[in-house]
Design a protein around this ligand. Structure first.
Ligand SMILES: [Zn+2]
Length: 180
């Protein structure tokens, strides 16, 4: 739950996807929708306000399902909790026809900086140390599995593989091809 990933769910209080069910890691629901956390957190209050504006309407409408631990959301879509950047941060593994891809959300924000040095964090991390540890863990795992990764904050197409390089990592984007 951060407005750059969930901000389009609601406009002027209206559900933009009224028939959708929104799945969110339970620790994110608990963290972002509790105003007490806004008071004691180092994070800008507006992220909490935005969460109330964009996610809570789905909760109130009975359209939000939270999960804890690795969970199959739908056949072929598995949610895997990867806490750090946010308490309920999750990556999603999608499998179909013998192929698979992972959607990483906020595991990484700046490729040119964080592939060479996964320890460098961003101010938006709820828990910077945990975010850095999580990033290192996922880089190592993805490098080994060679599975395709899609990330939100890398340049277009934002889909590629992670390669080990000496003591760090590098991003190998897929070639963009027109398939029309
Ligand atoms: Zn983001």
């Amino acid at each position: 739950i951060h407005s750059d990933h969930s901000g389009g769910l609601v406009e002027n209080g209206r559900l933009m996807f009224p028939t959708a069910t929104v799945y969110v890691g339970k620790p994110d629901v608990d963290f972002w929708l509790d105003p007490a956390n806004a008071e004691r957190s180092h994070l800008d209050r507006r992220y909490f306000d935005e969460a109330v504006k964009t996610v809570k309407p789905y909760l109130d409408a009975g359209k939000l399902k939270s999960f804890s631990g690795e969970t199959t959301i739908l056949p072929g879509i598995v949610a895997r909790p990867t806490p750090g950047h946010t308490p309920g941060h999750t990556l999603y593994v999608v499998e179909s026809g013998g192929e698979s891809i992972e959607f990483w959300g906020d595991i990484i924000h700046f490729g040119s900086i964080q592939f060479p040095n996964p320890k460098i964090t961003v101010v938006y991390d709820v828990n910077a140390n945990a975010a850095a540890e999580q990033r290192a863990k996922q880089f190592a795992r993805a490098e080994k599995s060679r599975r395709l990764v899609a990330t939100a904050h890398l340049p277009f197409p934002g889909v590629g593989h992670i390669r080990a390089e000496d003591l760090s990592y590098a991003w190998v984007p897929v070639d963009y091809r027109w398939r029309g």
